[in-house]
Design a protein around this ligand. Structure first.
Ligand SMILES: *Cc1c(COP(=O)(O)O)cnc(C)c1O
Length: 352
């Protein structure tokens, strides 16, 4: 049995589902970037999260899931893992070593995402990893925000590192793709179990991801620079309560960001002091450069208003009064983006 499965999806040409030279080239490029032993490919980021969790969890296991997780990750726990007999406890993203108090004898995986989706809390990964190692628990990280460039998951002791390559790796909003990278010890199980689930991607998508990797470094630097310019302008606006941008002191876990990350990118949020639905609708409707959309990481700027953060969390309480706006700052001229936002605030104020 061991012999029969040895080479499955392991860089040996045999059958399309097990990969072709194009897939192996992308896997190798990701390995070289993130330093892990192997990288499984999935048709989207959500599939990578599901594939990684399903590879290591079984009936009777317990999962610790960060409360600021990407919403479909939460849905997976509540609607699919629960059905299979895996229980989930959500934890405050600001928990460091105190996560130990939530560990049960059957806790198998601690899942992290840093910064968190929408609300951007940066986690104390080294403290969580230290606790997990003591209890022989697998640490998984949704590292999509950082890409392989801004946070070195392997060096920080993360066992399984997941990317929604749909975002910055592909970088042009034209392919959906996910990756999960594993340490030497966990790679055979991740590879084989993901293979059994039938996950595979087209060679054309693998090729486009490799093309994206070639410009990832320069794109990330430009996203960072443009976003910092827009964020600094926002910080001076009277309407803004505070920024949820990891590089700003107002962001929860800013100190961990300064300590552990090598830079920021184009995705951040800000919280308004106040604002009705009608006012925020007027704000986000009618922008010239910002489009409305969820899937960030491409070259263009995006804007989304969120009045329902309170409904996205269960272990923590969202205390802010005003609505949250999430921006993805693309590669446009930041002065055009600022002018666009200035007009958006004018519409907002004329309705408020
Ligand atoms: C977009 C996203 C995903 C899911 O990626 P898809 O390719 O859209 O399935 C997962 N995690 C984070 C943090 C994301 O932003």
């Amino acid at each position: 049995m061991q012999h029969a499965t040895l080479n499955r999806a392991n860089k040996v040409m045999f059958y399309g589902r097990r990969g072709t030279d194009t897939h192996f080239a992308l896997q190798q490029a990701i390995n070289e970037l993130d330093g892990y032993a192997g990288c499984a490919l999935y048709p989207c980021g959500t599939a990578a999260i599901a594939g990684a969790l399903l590879a290591f969890l079984e009936a009777g296991d317990h999962l610790l899931m960060v409360d600021s997780a990407y919403e479909p990750t939460r849905d997976l726990c509540d609607k699919l893992l629960a059905k299979m007999g895996v229980t989930t406890t959500y934890y405050d993203p600001m928990l460091g070593a105190d996560i130990e108090t939530l560990i049960q004898p059957n806790t198998k995986v601690i899942f992290t995402e840093s910064p968190g989706s929408v609300t951007m809390e940066v986690q104390d990964l080294p403290a969580i990893v230290a606790v997990a190692k003591q209890h022989d628990i697998i640490v998984m990280l949704d590292n999509t925000w950082a890409s392989p460039l801004l946070f070195d998951a392997k060096a920080h002791g993360v066992d399984i590192c997941i990317q929604a390559a749909t975002k910055y790796i592909v970088g042009h909003s034209d392919v959906m793709l996910g990756t999960a990278s594993a340490t030497e010890a966990l790679w055979p199980q991740l590879r084989e179990q993901s293979y059994l689930l039938g996950y595979c991607i087209s060679p054309d998508d693998a090729y486009l991801a490799m093309r994206g990797l070639r410009t990832l470094g320069v794109r990330m630097r430009q996203h960072q620079q443009n976003a910092l310019e827009v964020a600094n302008w926002l910080a001076s606006r009277e309407e803004v309560d505070h920024l949820r941008h990891p590089a700003f002191a107002s962001n929860p876990g800013h100190g961990f960001f300064e300590r552990d990350f090598s830079g920021s990118n184009g995705l951040f949020s800000f919280v308004l002091k106040r604002g009705s639905k009608a006012a925020t609708n007027a704000m986000v409707n009618g922008t010239k450069h910002f489009k409305m959309g969820y899937s960030w990481g491409g070259f263009e700027s995006l804007i989304l208003a969120n009045h329902g953060v309170v409904n996205l969390r269960t272990a923590t309480q969202w205390q802010q009064q005003g609505p949250l706006i999430r921006l993805h700052i693309g590669l446009e001229d930041p002065s055009d983006l600022i002018a666009d936002l200035e007009a958006a605030f004018d519409r907002f104020n004329s309705v408020s």
